[in-house]
Design a protein around this ligand. Structure first.
Ligand code: TGC
Ligand code: FAD
Length: 388
């Protein structure tokens, strides 16, 4: 007996519905045809091909779990499985889809006016308009409550000033959801590209998430009408609720990166011969492979459990933290361990594990660092918030 997909170990696919399996297979085929052959080149060049956006729209994965306005309206589990397959291609691809659907579109879908929804969501679902989500600032990442970006009233308008940092899709986005402090608390605003005073800069020299555009948003007295404000967003809870959506996709996505790293390593270990035997036949290699397969399968089961809770409408933010903390941590450790089995070959882009490991360094940090998710869980267990 031999296995190429390490997720076959516990027959997790047997827990999925026919529709969920079909959606997963469709996304996997797209990744095999349109991503895997090119992703090493994108990573090396530090680029994300914008022309992929309408293809992702056609595939139905942009705002996939939202209802109406041109969105597919699938279950949370189906959306998670799509994230898993996208991130098996590259975390940068899943990031694009997360930011578009779970952050930029979700913020409009949940907190926007009917006019804002009609103006942006159908085009964003089709991949004709790209969105970004600006919460983090140069001096405030884990602690967004203290953000410096300010929106002040000037007659009927708002004037926004500040800087947002590390913003996925920032410098290619047509529309930015930007969070700012007002005298009544944190509010969200939609800023279209080209608005006077609004500029962006691409962050270069990244060693991680290279097949993704990361940018800075600079707001220098940007004047906006009140109709640009997200009317339903009334506190920090609004952007944090958007993060739950994107963190959910990461719980599945990280297992995709780990699965891809492990399955390519299994193939390699079975064919690479040293001391006249395949390296897969050595006990030390098998211990690594077995431990990784156990971690991967338990991470996938956790993702599925949380997905079922989300579909039942009972998923809590601290449960999302359990999934994000565990699955990203495990995926990063799997990708690094896989690299050791590949020996010298593992340091090139010909094999995926080190690319995944480098990407997962960002995934460990964004959407709440592992320390922040640890403290969220600690808060839930003890009743004491230890952030401040
Ligand atoms: P705290 O006082 O605890 O909460 C303020 C208000 O927010 C509510 N809340 C939540 N609501 C929904 N979902 C959650 N997860 C929530 N967490 C808190 C809370 O109930 C409260 O509501 P109310 O009504 O009482 O006002 O806030 P705090 O300032 O003490 O901070 C808590 C902490 C540290 C957990 C939070 O600030 C946090 O999560 N920090 C991490 C920041 C972060 O994750 N940033 C991510 C930026 S976006 C990104 O990284 C995109 S990468 C995308 C990609 O490329 O894939
Ligand atoms: P800091 O908050 O300064 O943290 C530095 C270290 O201190 C971390 O280890 C952290 O865990 C630790 N720390 C902080 N506070 C505590 C505490 N209370 N207790 C213990 N340890 C603590 N943001 C967006 O808004 N939109 C995006 O689209 C986006 N995309 C991103 C893409 C990439 C590639 C990256 C790398 C980041 C992105 N981010 C985005 C920003 C990301 O969310 C932040 O980097 C993250 O929240 C951490 O903030 P920071 O980098 O300022 O680190």
């Amino acid at each position: 007996m031999t296995m190429t997909d390490p997720l076959e170990l516990l027959d997790i696919a047997g827990l999925l519905s026919d529709e969920e399996r079909q959606i997963q297979e469709t996304v996997a085929r797209f990744v095999a045809d349109r991503v895997r052959p090119y992703v090493a080149e994108w990573f090396e060049e530090g680029t994300f091909p914008r022309e992929l956006a309408p293809e992702l729209g056609k595939l139905g994965v942009l705002g996939m779990h939202l209802d109406g306005y041109g969105c597919a309206g699938t279950s949370a589990v189906a959306y998670g499985l799509a994230c898993l397959e996208l991130e098996a291609g590259d975390s940068g691809l899943r990031s694009f889809v997360s930011v578009q659907g779970s952050l930029a579109m979700f913020s409009i879908w949940k907190y926007g006016s009917e006019e804002q929804k009609l103006e942006w969501l159908p085009r964003m679902a089709a991949g004709e308009a790209i969105g970004c989500f600006g919460l983090t600032e140069p001096d405030f990442g884990s602690d967004p409550a203290n953000m410096r970006t300010r929106a002040v009233r000037d007659g009927d308008d708002w004037i926004l000033t500040g800087t947002k940092m590390w913003i996925t899709n920032g410098s290619i986005a047509d529309i930015a959801t930007v969070w700012a402090q007002t005298e009544d608390g944190i509010r969200g605003f939609l800023i279209p590209r080209g608005t006077p005073g609004f500029t962006t800069r691409t962050i270069k020299q990244k060693l991680s998430l290279r097949a993704s555009i990361t940018g800075e948003l600079i707001l220098d007295g940007v004047r906006l009408p009140d109709s640009a404000r997200l009317p339903g967003a009334r506190s920090l809870g609004a952007p944090l609720s958007c993060l739950n959506e994107a963190r959910f996709g990461i719980i599945f996505g990280a297992t995709g990166a780990a699965r891809d790293a492990l399955s390519s390593t299994l193939d390699y270990a079975k064919t690479r011969v040293q001391f006249d035997r395949p390296i897969a036949a050595f006990q030390l290699t098998q211990e690594k492979l077995a431990n990784m397969a156990v971690d991967l399968n338990t991470a996938a089961l956790l993702a599925l459990h949380l997905g079922r809770l989300k579909d039942a409408g009972t998923l809590k933010p601290h449960q999302v933290s359990v999934g994000k903390l565990n699955n990203v941590r495990k995926a990063l450790s799997i990708a690094r361990e896989c690299r050791t089995i590949l020996g010298g070959s593992g340091i090139t882009l010909e094999y995926s594990p080190l690319r995944h490991a480098n990407n997962l360094e960002s995934v460990l940090t964004y959407e709440g660092t592992s320390e922040i998710h640890t403290l969220v869980i600690g808060h839930t267990l003890t009743g004491h918030a230890a952030y401040r």
